[in-house]
Design a protein around this ligand. Structure first.
Ligand SMILES: Nc1ncnc2c1ncn2[C@@H]1O[C@H](COP(=O)(O)OP(=O)(O)OP(=O)(O)O)[C@@H](O)[C@H]1O
Ligand SMILES: [Mg+2]
Length: 271
């Protein structure tokens, strides 16, 4: 479903900052990912682990080309997308739903409008500018909102919702988009522990029933273990561990996070 080959990404460092990890690259650059090779099969739930700054968000952003990787190739459903022109990339991207820690919603707009705008790849630009949506779009968005239990919130403004409800809107947006892939960057990091589980349960149910391939970054190890079918650990922009949740060892954890006493932080005794 997703194939990543030899992917490296270097961020330009703002003037005045020394290039600390230039690694032979010209100019002032900071290495965020180096030579990532990864395949994700249809229906898998892959969880990315790694300390802050290890490259999880960069990898997720490179996967749907919301940032163009410096080097390497990305294939979605067997098609190489890295060399496609922007118009075609847009078409492929409409099947890739994205959810993140800070929800990325239009706070001032209604719940329904947020979900319909997730269908932007489908909705004509002019109608979306005018806020006129087809009956079909409204029906699809309403159905998605029912699925996440928000049917009575359809006309509410997003800014009036709780964090858990906002994340449900973002999940509905991905459903309405008819996503076949869901990229979730710390989807539950801003929620309390009970909501974390609720939202992860919902994401897992939806991915299972619609055969959606999930790639998610999570900070809590126990949470990650209970939802992942496979786990990939990043450290300083490189994959250092690839394992199933059942077989993940203490050594794997040290390889990912370093020699750390912070087991609670990473969820070993957490929840
Ligand atoms: N826009 C940017 N410009 C320059 N450097 C960046 C940018 N975004 C990230 N980086 C750098 O790239 C590296 C990887 O960052 P990234 O955000 O991918 O890590 P992460 O694993 O998602 O961390 P976190 O767990 O804190 O979200 C870090 O060294 C970071 O400082
Ligand atoms: Mg991140």
């Amino acid at each position: 479903m997703i194939r990543i080959e030899g992917l490296s990404h270097y961020y330009a460092v703002r003037a005045g900052h020394a290039a600390t990890q230039a690694d032979g690259h010209e100019g002032k650059v900071e290495r965020a990912l180096r030579d990532i090779n990864l395949e994700v099969n249809k229906g898998e739930r892959l969880v990315l682990l790694g300390s802050s700054g290890s490259g999880k968000s960069t990898l997720l952003r490179c996967t749907n080309l919301s940032i163009r990787p410096t080097e390497g190739r990305v294939y979605i459903g067997g098609r190489e997308i890295t060399s496609l022109p922007p118009v075609e990339v847009k078409q492929i991207r409409r099947q890739v739903g994205v959810i993140s820690q800070n929800f990325n919603l239009l706070e001032g707009a209604s719940v329904l409008k947020n979900v319909i705008l997730g269908r932007l790849g489908y909705v004509a630009t002019l109608s979306s500018l005018l806020g006129r949506f087809s009956e079909e779009d409204v029906a699809i968005a309403t159905e998605a909102l029912k699925r996440v239990g928000l049917e009575s919130y359809i006309q509410k403004r997003v800014s009036d919702l709780s964090g858990g409800q906002k994340q449900r809107v973002a999940i509905a947006r991905a459903i309405a988009q008819r996503s076949t892939i869901l990229l979730a960057d710390e989807p539950v990091s801003s929620l309390d522990p009970k909501l974390m589980k609720e939202i992860m349960d919902l994401i897992t149910e939806i991915c299972t029933e619609s055969n959606i391939t999930l790639v998610a970054s999570l900070h809590f190890l126990e949470l990650a273990k209970s939802y992942a079918t496979r786990m990939v650990g990043l450290r300083e922009g490189q994959i250092v561990v690839e394992n199933t949740p059942d077989e993940l060892t203490d050594k794997d954890i040290i390889d990912i996070y370093g020699e750390t006493e912070d087991w609670v932080l990473y969820g070993k005794r957490g929840f």
